[in-house]
Design a protein around this ligand. Structure first.
Ligand SMILES: *Cc1c(COP(=O)(O)O)cnc(C)c1O
Ligand code: SF4
Length: 328
């Protein structure tokens, strides 16, 4: 079969059915019943490469918790909303957001290679993002006309769900804007679909004039295993500076030992822990919230137990603020 091991084939074969997810992990039927109900608003999506790192038969596995719909998602306590971070107000053009100096966020696609149950973009109007190279040109023209911007951040969705041909073309067009200096890619794919780190991806990352940064997104040390570590190694070899951001999640990584282990695994593989995010208060994710006081204590514990470069900043996104707000 042609391309049987390609990343596109793996993405296509990702689990989208709550029953199938529970079956592959030998979970009791009751979890599947609950997951089926809770998946209605935001479907299940998990590639096998990620499922492979979950423990069979453990409904509380920290990786499974990130993708398994649960009843609690159907509750929206006061203070939780569909656009908690004010993305709507920061829109320059469809798919182009600016909240902070120098940096624009480019939402090139709404597609992801995993559906994270805590995602703050689960209600984002992705239909609006530019789809074709011609529509993209409008955004590039806008950037070309504003010399205060020197960094483009590809976000999403997950930008690496787009094929390399499109990404290489877009990077090339961005590189024609003289004041743009850095290209930052926020992506979960090296973690959840490591086969996405292809020779083609590495080739255009090596070739672009823009200085490439990649912010991967691992929340738990178990995610940093096997082929994900190989993918990280290939990206480093290509000269990409790697950073990690995590979200502080109840039942996943709200323990000092887990966070220490996560940071150590990252720095041992050449990835700097960048941010530990307080959960954005998005409707459907309230059950993941860890109180800020607990988060501050965890962040203080990390500082005591790790080198400075291995300690992420604990931050929260506040609508209207001029930067992320540092909590500790
Ligand atoms: C988080 C974010 C950025 C990047 O902020 P850094 O502190 O540079 O990582 C840029 N734009 C938007 C809209 C963001 O939400
Ligand atoms: S945007 Fe990021 S956090 Fe949200 S579902 Fe996609 S990969 Fe997960």
């Amino acid at each position: 079969m042609l391309g049987g091991d390609s990343w596109q084939a793996a993405l296509k074969a990702a689990v989208r059915d709550p029953d199938e997810l529970c079956r592959r992990l030998d979970l009791p039927e009751s979890f599947a019943v609950e997951a089926r109900r809770a998946a209605a608003a935001f479907p299940v999506f998990a590639p096998q490469a990620y499922i492979d790192r979950m423990r069979r038969g453990d409904p509380f596995d920290p990786l499974l918790r990130q993708v398994l719909p649960v009843e609690a998602e159907m509750e929206t306590p006061p203070g939780f909303a569909t656009d908690p971070v004010g993305d709507g107000a920061a829109r320059l053009l469809p798919g182009l957001l600016q909240k902070y100096d120098r940096r624009v966020l480019w939402v090139a696609t709404g597609a992801c290679a995993v559906h994270c149950r805590y995602c703050f973009r689960r209600h984002y109007p992705y239909e609006e993002s530019p789809r074709s190279p011609d529509e993209w040109q409008g955004a590039i023209d806008r950037l070309a006309g504003d010399s205060s911007i020197d960094e483009v951040i590809w976000s999403g969705g997950d930008p690496l769900t787009l094929v390399d041909e499109r990404l290489a073309d877009l990077a090339e067009r961005l590189a024609t804007v003289p004041h743009l200096r850095r290209l930052r890619i926020h992506t979960r794919l090296p973690i959840v679909l490591p086969q996405r780190v292809t020779p083609e991806l590495l080739r255009w990352l090596r070739g672009t004039r823009l200085v490439p940064y990649m912010v991967i997104h691992a929340n738990h040390p178990h995610e940093l295993a096997g082929s994900a570590l190989d993918a990280i190694g290939r990206l480093r070899d290509a000269g990409v500076t790697l950073l990690n951001q995590s979200v502080l999640l109840r039942g996943v990584n709200d323990s000092l030992d887990v966070l220490v282990e996560l940071s150590l695994r990252l720095v041992d593989h050449g990835v700097l822990p960048y941010y530990l995010h307080q959960l954005d208060r998005v409707a459907g994710a309230a059950h993941f919230e860890v109180p800020e006081e607990t988060g501050r204590a965890l962040a203080a514990g990390l500082r005591e137990r790790l080198p400075g470069y291995a300690t992420p900043r604990y931050v929260v996104e506040r609508a209207g603020a001029a930067s992320k707000t540092v909590l500790a």
